[in-house]
Design a binder for this molecule. Structure first.
Ligand code: ADQ
Length: 578
């Protein structure tokens, strides 16, 4: 049996995954790896002054855990920067919060290259590799360039943005092209898959085949929607645990005369917490008869606290929570209890069960596992009501919830009222429909269907050898790549990223140029300001650009005036314009 190699940004030890550790991805992967004999590879969370490439390996519960440390600059540019200040806001439709900085893109490329460099020595030829999430989009391309032919799948845990939004990202095509180095691309829902397909047809002029494959950049990959679920069996056991019983009793005892409304989220603007607080305010304002009869408990763990936007949102939430309590609170009633900490899953399960309303109102969410956990924790005889945003991926499956528009505080306030007054038979009917879905589409269905699709997909013909690079004179570097123009271009960028930022573009050597063997080349010269200037050229026969260098010999090229791309006949559109 081939092993499963899971790669994600962070690795959480499976034995701790059931505790207070946070993050839907962690929960899902721990469950997946306990079933498969495999390797989990990722960043340790630690930093070293200089990257060593040393892998820390250990075995636990039949799983090999392999981690690497990163440099502080890597963490800043790749994790806080490109992943969480560019891709996360952009993919959650918040281009107003997206901060493009070239250094972030370079850090992202560098860390993906470091991941690939270290990972390749751990991978056996028949391993299947499953890469997770937006931090690691270029990883397969990096591995292919190092000669790996394994089946590699990618799963995106967050939404895929609409084409018009994605095109605001400098070098968006390059990012999407990297996805075509995978064999399988998985999305949470059909909506996000449709958005991806929309980009492929509208922006790339690619093709959507009827059989689940899409083509662009001369490559064809399998795509699919694989909605993630929770470990329903495990959750059912957790709900029955003594710790859950204790937290249930605590929550019930403090709310004997009151109904509990509950939210559990990481503090993140995508989760719609400010809007949710405003909706609760609206509810109390327009339904005074419910004052002192409800308590809203919001458990919100801080996350990504090194990113400024996350510090800002925390400050704002503190302010809004304080204002609501000041406006409506009485001597013995705190309308909104807002708690910034992580709890164990067993503790959470008990509190979920005690809550009459589960309030899950993200503005945009790949799936949202809290919605599923809340339902799974309910007492079947007397279940609570899930109020769920239509913009969570989960809304696609959980149609028996009260579906709301999180941007409308009136809509959410109405749903809170409806949930609080909903007769028991309707609550039970809705809960049964929701619970059936949670049991059917649980985490093992997600895992098994993804892995089965990865096993079954038609493997791509991957270029198997890495580009070769050689110095061919004072101002020239020769790059050969079996991947043709794209391989040369990618390598040229990598050379460039480390020390210079003035990569110009890629062009073919036309027939008749004075390079007898018509090899792919990458030439560098200096411009008038003394900066190095690079020109890369791809192998003519391997699908390179149409434009040539006008038959001019390389020596002439190297002497060309700066900013004279037109004169050089370079193709490549936005290359180098990041
Ligand atoms: P997240 O954005 O982290 O995950 P979510 O799916 O809601 O969002 O998962 C959060 C998990 O963390 C849940 O299991 C929840 O119980 C736990 N959690 C949250 N706050 C906690 C706290 N204070 N204490 C303890 N546990 C807490 C990303 C995507 C989602 C997608 C998941 C999985 O953003 O859309 O559903 O990955 O693919």
């Amino acid at each position: 049996m081939s092993r499963l190699v899971v790669v994600s940004n962070r690795v959480a030890m499976p034995e701790n995954a059931g505790s207070a550790s946070v993050g839907g991805l962690t929960m899902a992967l721990a469950a997946a790896l306990q079933q498969y004999r495999g390797v989990w590879f990722g960043w340790s969370g630690d930093t070293t002054p200089t990257f060593t490439g040393e892998t820390h390996v250990r075995e636990t519960g039949g799983v090999t855990i392999a981690t690497i440390d990163l440099e502080a600059q890597d963490v800043q540019e790749y994790y806080n920067g490109y992943a969480n200040t560019v891709l996360w806001p952009l993919f959650h439709y918040r281009i107003d919060l997206t901060e493009y900085e070239r250094a972030f893109g370079e850090g992202y490329a560098r860390v993906n290259s470091r991941f690939a460099e270290t990972l390749q020595s751990l991978v056996r030829p028949d391993d299947m590799i499953w890469v997770h999430d937006y931090h690691l989009i270029p990883l397969a391309q990096e591995l292919r360039q190092r000669g790996l032919k394994n089946r590699i799948g990618f799963f995106l845990h967050i939404p895929w943005p609409a084409c018009q939004l994605l095109t605001t990202l400098p070098r968006h095509q390059e990012l999407v092209e990297a996805l075509f180095a995978y064999d399988l691309l998985g999305f949470q829902t059909q909506d996000w898959l449709n958005a991806f397909n929309g980009y492929v047809t509208d922006e790339l002029d690619g093709k959507i085949h009827g059989d689940g494959y899409v083509s662009a950049f001369g490559r064809t990959v399998r795509v699919g929607a694989f909605p993630i679920g929770i470990d329903a069996d495990n959750f059912a056991q957790i709900v029955q645990s003594p710790a859950a019983a204790k937290s249930y009793d605590q929550a019930a005892a403090t709310n004997v005369y009151r109904d509990l409304i509950m939210g559990v989220d990481r503090i993140d603007y995508s989760k719609g917490l400010e809007e949710r607080f405003a909706a609760y305010d609206q509810f109390l304002q327009t339904h005074p008869e419910f004052r002192e009869r409800v308590t809203y408990l919001q458990i919100a763990q801080t996350s990504r606290s090194e990113v400024e936007t996350y510090q800002d949102i925390r400050t704002r939430l503190d302010g809004v929570a304080g204002r609501i309590n000041a406006a409506y609170g009485t001597l013995d009633w705190t309308p909104l209890r807002y708690v910034n900490r992580a709890y164990g899953r067993d503790f959470l399960a008990g509190v979920y069960r005690a809550a009459k309303i589960g309030l899950v109102t993200p503005l945009r969410d790949g799936m949202n596992l809290v919605a599923k956990e809340y339902v799974a924790a309910q007492n079947p005889r007397n279940p609570g009501v899930l109020v769920l945003s239509r913009f969570a991926g989960a809304a696609r499956q959980m149609k028996a919830a009260l579906i709301v528009n999180p941007y409308s505080r009136e809509d959410v306030a109405d749903a809170i009222k409806r949930g609080l007054t909903m007769p028991q038979p309707e609550r039970r009917q809705r809960w049964e429909a929701l619970m059936t879905g949670i049991e059917t589409d649980d985490v093992s269905t997600w895992r098994d269907s993804f892995v089965a699709a990865l096993k079954a997909c038609r493997p791509q013909a991957h270029p198997v050898s890495a580009p070769t690079i050689a110095t061919a004179g004072a101002n020239e570097t020769v790059i050969r790549s079996p991947a043709g123009r794209r391989g040369v271009e990618a390598q040229a960028r990598r050379c460039d990223a480390g020390h210079h930022r003035n990569f110009v573009g890629v062009a073919n050597i036309p027939a008749g140029a004075d390079r007898a063997d018509d090899r792919p080349i990458f030439a560098a010269d200096k411009d008038a300001a003394g900066r190095r200037r690079h020109v890369a050229a791809a192998h003519r026969e391997q699908g390179g650009v149409e434009e040539g260098l006008g038959g001019r010999p390389l020596g002439e090229l190297a002497a060309a005036e700066p900013h004279a791309e037109g004169a050089l006949g370079l193709g490549g559109g936005d290359v180098g314009s990041e």
